[in-house]
Design a protein around this ligand. Structure first.
Ligand SMILES: Nc1ncnc2c1ncn2[C@@H]1O[C@H](COP(=O)(O)OP(=O)(O)OP(=O)(O)O)[C@@H](O)[C@H]1O
Ligand SMILES: [Mg+2]
Length: 232
């Protein structure tokens, strides 16, 4: 992805998402997010935050409307094109989606292996990420044996391991105490400062209250902007 400052990284035009049998999760959502922005997306449970993030990595398809990532209409992407898109998007899912019978280190390494990174480089990156997230002693633990808060941090480490240009994080602090929340947010802010575009879906107002990042809210299937962001 180009990742040029001020180019458009995410563009949704009149996107609606309907789930069977009769749930209208999103209605005519249009939003433009520039490369290098950090954006919080808030809204009540069921407001469509996860749906919105899933549309961006083609985990879900819109019922109507267009989703463009870095200028590409992702509806057309298949096979190799879709694989390349996904290599450039790091997603930390709300339900983690970890391989529970693999170790923490193996889970984090997955995204780097598919991008053919060297084993030595992978080892170093995994070590650094685990240090940053206070998980060093869990390196060889099976992720299925971890607490939810630990699993949540492994999911984040896996999402960012490959230094993606676009990072989507779904409720990154739901299971964490305040000190660990701060650690996680510091990591996310550092990635943003290094140039990544970051979208965070959250209920936790403490993580955006004292920032000047852009704040969006999903309500009744529509997207509202509560606060304009200050681009650095
Ligand atoms: N696969 C699905 N099939 C049917 N309905 C779904 C599906 N996924 C989500 N929904 C519904 O779509 C609506 C939006 O769900 P979504 O998970 O996007 O909300 P959310 O804002 O992420 O909620 P939360 O804060 O609880 O995570 C909800 O009414 C939900 O029940
Ligand atoms: Mg959700």
């Amino acid at each position: 992805m180009s990742n040029q400052p001020n180019s458009t990284m995410v563009e949704l035009i009149k996107v609606s998402k309907h789930y069977h049998p009769n749930i209208q999760a999103l209605t005519d959502v249009s939003i433009s997010i520039r490369s290098g922005e950090m954006v919080f997306i808030t809204g009540r449970s069921g407001a469509g935050k996860t749906t919105f993030l899933k549309l961006l990595c083609k985990m879900e398809l819109p019922t109507r409307g267009m989703v463009e990532i870095d200028g590409i209409d992702i509806r057309r992407l298949r096979g190799k094109g879709l694989a390349i898109l996904r290599q450039n998007i790091g997603v930390a899912y709300q339900d983690f989606k970890l391989l529970t019978d693999r170790t923490v280190a193996e889970n984090i390494a997955v995204s780097m292996e598919v991008s053919y990174r060297k084993p030595n480089q992978i080892r170093k990156r995994v070590k650094t990420l685990l240090e940053e997230l206070d998980l060093t002693d869990k390196h060889n633990s099976m992720t299925g044996d971890l607490s939810r808060g630990e699993q949540q941090r492994v999911a984040l480490a896996r999402a960012v391991a490959n230094s993606p240009s676009l990072i989507l994080v779904d409720e990154p602090t739901g299971n964490l105490d305040s000190a660990t929340t701060e650690r996680v947010m510091t990591m996310i802010k550092n990635l943003h400062q290094a140039g990544a575009t970051v979208l965070i879906a959250t209920h936790d107002h403490t993580i955006y209250r004292n920032t000047d990042d852009r704040l969006l809210e999903l309500r009744g299937g529509q997207m509202y902007q509560l606060r304009d962001g200050v681009m650095q």
